[in-house]
Design a protein around this ligand. Sequence first.
Ligand SMILES: *[C@@H]1O[C@H](CO)[C@@H](O)[C@H](O)[C@H]1NC(C)=O
Length: 436
Amino acid sequence: MAQQVNNETTPSTPGKLKPDKPHHRFRIHPPHSRYTFICILLSAFLVFLLFSTFNPPPPSTTAPRRVLGDSWGGSHWERLVSKSTRRNSASNKIVLVTGSAGFVGSHVALALKRRGDGVLGIDNFNRYYDVNLKHARQKLLERAGIFVVEGDINDGTLLKKLFDVVPFTHVMHLAAQAGVRYAMQNPNSYVHSNLAGFTVLLEACKSANPQPAIVWASSSSVYGLNSKVPFSEKDRTDQPASLYAATKKAGEGIAHTYNHIYGLSITALRFFTVYGPWGRPDMAYFFFTKDILKGKQITVFESPDGGSVARDFTYIDDVVKGCLGALDTAKKSTGSGGKKKGSAQFRVFNLGNTSPVPVSKLVAILEKLLKVNAKKRVLPMPRNGDVKFTHANISLAQREFGYKPTIDLETGLRKFVKWYLEFYSSGSIKKGSSSW
Ligand SMILES: *[C@@H]1O[C@H](CO)[C@@H](O)[C@H](O)[C@H]1NC(C)=O
């Protein structure tokens, strides 16, 4: 809006305010319009001042939607994009990683780059949790030679531009609105990212030539209220317990239609409680750590029948291996330019750890690692979207690409705690004060 007003009502350059042209105009207009003209000139000058005083806001890292061309485009930007997607050899992949400033996204992007793939990141840096953490991850990626485009997957023009500039062979789609409880506060955010954004992304992929193969993050939450364990890919997924789960389940349906109609090769990965260094602050293991160190009381939920709540915690490095395995076994999409040429691959895999741990055990491990006793308050689990129990059957991923998790919860949490203490050492925790 501001740009438009600026162009229409104020001179685009200060030079146009110089008095040589007004002088010229005096000859054209009769003298009685002189006051009118001076008034116009003064108003124009005031408007000009207004716009030159109020600088346009700096490229925001938080706004999910932006004015076109405001943060991307131009030859310098294109050079950064091209450089980031250079691969070591023609047999390497060229991967667009969405949500690359996120937890799983940043780890996957780094792993791909390390092995010689061309990698481009995209992230909208929304404020769901601490943006500083996202920027710190972005710095890691930049140091590794990965450029992160600041943009939203809902921006179809941006996505089209990226596919025009780069012949991506694969898209690793990890951008999403995560979190189960937050869906009650901000339901639209789930629709925006997980449904609308996903559809815009699939539209861009289907129209691209060549079409990329897509691997994307679904969620173990699609198993919802199922009580049969372990969860297998063939089990029913029509009883979601949260809007988050419902959008992930719907995403699997949307993915299927794009596979069916346009020949896109699509693989969904159902992640089971992924944790580790650079993790998400909204997850229990993360904020328990923070609160235990602060001496703040933590709330541990037990299921309404008094039983413990358990999660199939999966360490980030295991999940990254699973993501790469899925990517490497993905077949090519069959369509081109929006037309299907034959049937394409459609897969769904659980990526879990296969050993559920009660949340009380999680707390005990953290107490041991942090050498602090937690102040616990045990409450029955409210009905806010969380399920009681998750347990993955991973035999399908094992068979298809040798997926085999190797890190148990205590080993993984030790790595997390080490990272946490280092990362936040600038605060109250001093570097080197722990025994790690
Ligand atoms: C795990 O899933 C496979 C199919 O992928 C199935 O054959 C097997 O019986 C399942 N295992 C359990 C313990 O449910």
